[in-house]
Design a binder for this molecule. Structure first.
Ligand SMILES: [Zn+2]
Length: 86
């Protein structure tokens, strides 16, 4: 999956992450980009669901961690894990 085109300069973003996502068998079938612009409350995400492999883009307001997005196709909830400190 390609990164979202609007991401050009990382300095514009308060939050930006990219994760590979595994399905229930541990296979890396999906990916998620999650980002929030400085001064905005909404997060935007681009998701390739690891379960049904549907690509989708949407926005969401998260109230607390951990951040989760829901696939609009199969309805599964997908955890966007924090970056490890390594
Ligand atoms: Zn799905």
């Amino acid at each position: 999956m390609k990164p979202p085109v609007e991401i050009k300069d990382i300095k514009d973003f308060a939050y930006l992450t990219s994760r590979k996502l595994k399905n229930e068998n541990g296979e890396e079938k999906g990916a998620v980009f999650l980002w929030r612009r400085k001064g905005e409350e909404e997060f935007n995400y681009k998701l390739k669901c690891p379960y049904c492999e549907e690509e989708q883009e949407s926005s969401v307001v998260f109230n607390k961690r951990p951040y989760r997005v829901r696939c609009s196709n199969c309805g599964k909830s997908i955890l966007v894990e924090k970056l490890s400190s390594k």
